[in-house]
Design a protein around this ligand. Structure first.
Ligand SMILES: C[S@@+](CC[C@H](N)C(=O)[O-])C[C@H]1O[C@@H](n2cnc3c(N)ncnc32)[C@H](O)[C@@H]1O
Length: 204
């Protein structure tokens, strides 16, 4: 009941940004993005870009964001001029019309996979595979739990809006089936609330 109400509130772009800031999630995104090697002339393709918080860290690179939510995209459009924002479903190939990724370009999927079911995640990765040159990397992060996760962190993960929490083995299986090389890291102390996060790197 409380979780459902919180999920409704988070559909509002302002509430979403306030919540993510308060739990330290945006600071974590900043650290994560700074840890990725992004060349000055790399294009960033962000899947499920939401309100475009990555634009606060990625200030100068060419940027394309795709998201289902028009409200979130409107917020993203106010963060920076000259970005390409697509209102579409990342699992549908027509959302990528005119978009490609060259070797040094970077694809981001931050807190997205757990919002997609297995078929949608597979289709999304196949779409990325089709539009990408060899060597393109996809960086993702998602809430996660395993046998080492505390009860409170597991509760937080289980009450997320995204209902497709996956083990590292499951993420590996879907990524490899779509043609990507898979590696991952788990972090248990990134946010101000108890949360475990799985960070994956997929390379074509
Ligand atoms: C938890 S939010 C993460 C937003 C952003 N990446 C961030 O880190 O703040 C998940 C986002 O994925 C978007 N989303 C979910 N399913 C999608 C789909 N099939 N196609 C495109 N966007 C989707 C939602 O609208 C939402 O903006």
């Amino acid at each position: 009941m409380i979780a459902k109400l919180a999920h409704r509130i988070l559909e509002n772009e302002l509430a979403y940004d306030v919540f993510q800031t308060c739990v330290g999630s945006y600071k974590f995104r900043e650290r994560y993005l700074e840890s990725i090697e992004i060349e000055p002339d790399s294009k960033i393709l962000e899947l499920g870009c939401g309100t475009g918080i990555s634009l606060n860290t990625i200030r100068d690179n060419e940027y394309v964001g795709i998201d289902l939510s028009m409200r979130y995209l409107e917020k993203a459009s106010r963060r920076r001029d000259a970005v390409q924002l697509v209102n579409g479903d990342v699992s549908m190939s027509d959302s990528y019309h005119g978009i490609n990724a060259k070797k040094d370009d970077v694809v981001l999927a931050l807190a997205l996979w757990h919002h997609l079911d297995d078929e949608q995640m597979h289709q999304t990765l196949r779409n990325i595979y089709q539009i990408s040159e060899d060597g393109v990397s996809v960086y993702s992060l998602d809430p996660f739990f395993d046998e080492k996760t505390s009860i409170s962190a597991k509760w937080v993960a289980m009450n997320d809006r995204g209902k497709n929490l996956r083990s590292s083995e499951h993420l590996k299986e879907i990524s490899e089936a779509a043609g990507f090389h898979f590696s991952y890291q788990i972090s248990r102390r990134e946010l101000y609330i108890p949360t475990n996060v799985i960070m994956c790197k997929l390379v074509k």
